[in-house]
Ligand binder design. Structure first.
Ligand SMILES: NC(=O)c1ccc[n+]([C@@H]2O[C@H](COP(=O)([O-])OP(=O)(O)OC[C@H]3O[C@@H](n4cnc5c(N)ncnc54)[C@H](O)[C@@H]3O)[C@@H](O)[C@H]2O)c1
Length: 376
């Protein structure tokens, strides 16, 4: 591989990537990352090396094996960490220690101290940390940013986020981690909603919440272990309010205790109109706007790239090469993690809890941003 000025690959060479954690979500990442010209997936790793081998074979990745082998690979510059939440910080820290940049699945780390330590370790090592969700780079959220910036809804004053359903144990074949510390509806799905609001409103200053757990055990509903009962360790109903530094207020509901399923509900109300956003777990979708006196929504199609999971890795690679900040940053993920932790704490203390970390607002993406064309 030819080298560039800083000893890394030449600017036109694809960035060498290893995917660590070859479970459920790795399919979407591998499908996309193997089609983006700015990255080349060189290695698949998992504690279950059989899984890593199967995914490497399925997506034409040249090598597979253990995490240690991935980190020893001389051409791997960035690790895409798709392990379970409990392993995120440990795997990311090992990757940073090996001199690799890291893209983490969400949440960034199991707790704020571990997340902060990770970012400090990366800063000292001179490598970057990016974190899911990269849906904030999708056409839906980026179009909403442009619409709000145009003044179309006036000054944003509040947001309403709603996610409710029976929970993922019916479809996920290994759902225990989704009900363990570091997950639950708040930590598993909250990052999509809270990252969109962080992108639109900036940092939060304080939160308060009520939380509940309807059942102490659940039963796996699909796959080879269907029928197995497991313990629920976290709240499965969280109703929260959040105050943003810029003055906006958020009303947030995250529940896996509801037979009624309602996903992807996120509205931003401004002084002139309410904007209904596309599902924050998706990369595209229509925007809908309703002004005072309107009897119907006005539908506005979103524009821009909706390339799916891995878009944030492409943005990160391009930003590293250009010496610019990447958008789905570790700092924003740490703020969202601190916010979720404060919401969880407020569920126990019944008091407003402060959120202190900050982050630089990510720059908007150009409407013609295209991860399928090499950035030369
Ligand atoms: N499943 C989804 O729809 C989905 C969607 C978006 C994000 N995510 C996130 O992606 C991550 C993975 O979720 P998933 O559904 O793919 O889980 P999964 O259990 O299907 O896969 C996780 C994989 O990581 C491996 N692993 C666990 N610990 C490891 C370690 N220490 N070192 C190496 N490998 C390790 C496991 O063997 C497994 O193959 C989670 O953070 C989750 O929040 C999942």
């Amino acid at each position: 591989m030819p080298t560039g000025a800083a000893g890394g690959p030449a600017a036109t060479e694809p960035f060498g990537v290893a995917v660590v954690g070859c479970g459920n979500i790795s399919k979407q990442y591998l499908k996309n990352l193997t089609t983006f010209p700015d990255v080349r997936v060189l290695f698949c790793a998992d504690i279950d090396t059989g899984r890593a081998k199967a995914q490497a074979a399925a997506y034409g990745v040249p090598a597979s094996g253990s995490v240690e082998q991935a980190l020893e690979h001389p051409d791997v510059q960035l690790v895409v960490n798709l392990t379970i939440p409990a392993a995120h910080a440990e795997v990311a820290s090992a990757a940073i220690a090996a001199g690799k940049h890291v893209w983490n699945e969400k949440p960034l780390a199991p707790d704020v101290a571990a997340g902060r330590a990770l970012l400090e370790q990366a800063r000292a090592a001179g490598v970057r940390v990016g974190c899911a969700p990269d849906t904030v780079l999708g056409a839906g959220v980026q179009s909403a940013r442009r619409l709000i910036a145009s003044g179309s809804i006036g000054t944003p004053i509040s947001a309403l986020a709603l996610l409710q359903g029976p929970g993922p144990e019916s479809w996920h074949p290994d759902p225990e981690f989704l009900f363990a510390k570091g997950a639950g509806p708040l930590f598993d799905l909250g990052p999509y909603y809270l990252s969109v609001l962080a992108t639109l409103f900036g940092p939060t200053t304080r939160v308060a919440a009520i939380s509940r757990r309807a059942r102490d055990t659940r039963v796996i509903g699909s796959g080879p272990r269907a029928g197995t009962e497991f313990n629920v360790e976290v709240p499965t109903f969280i109703s929260a309010v959040a105050e943003y530094a810029g003055g906006a207020a958020g009303s947030l509901l995250f529940s896996w205790d509801s037979p009624l399923q309602r996903m992807g509900f996120l509205e931003v109300t401004g002084t002139e109109a309410t904007l209904a956003m596309p599902d924050p777990n998706h990369f595209d979708g229509d925007l809908r706007v309703r002004r005072a006196g309107d009897r119907e929504w006005t539908v506005i199609g979103s524009t821009g790239a909706a390339a799916g999971r891995g878009s944030g890795v492409v943005d990160m690679v391009r930003a590293i090469r250009r010496g610019e900040p990447h958008r789905a940053s570790g700092e924003m993920a740490l703020h969202v993690l601190e916010m979720m932790t404060a919401i969880e704490r407020s569920g126990s203390t019944a008091a407003f809890e402060p959120v202190e970390s900050g982050f630089d607002a990510p720059a908007a993406l150009a409407e013609d941003w295209n991860p399928y064309a090499a950035d030369v």
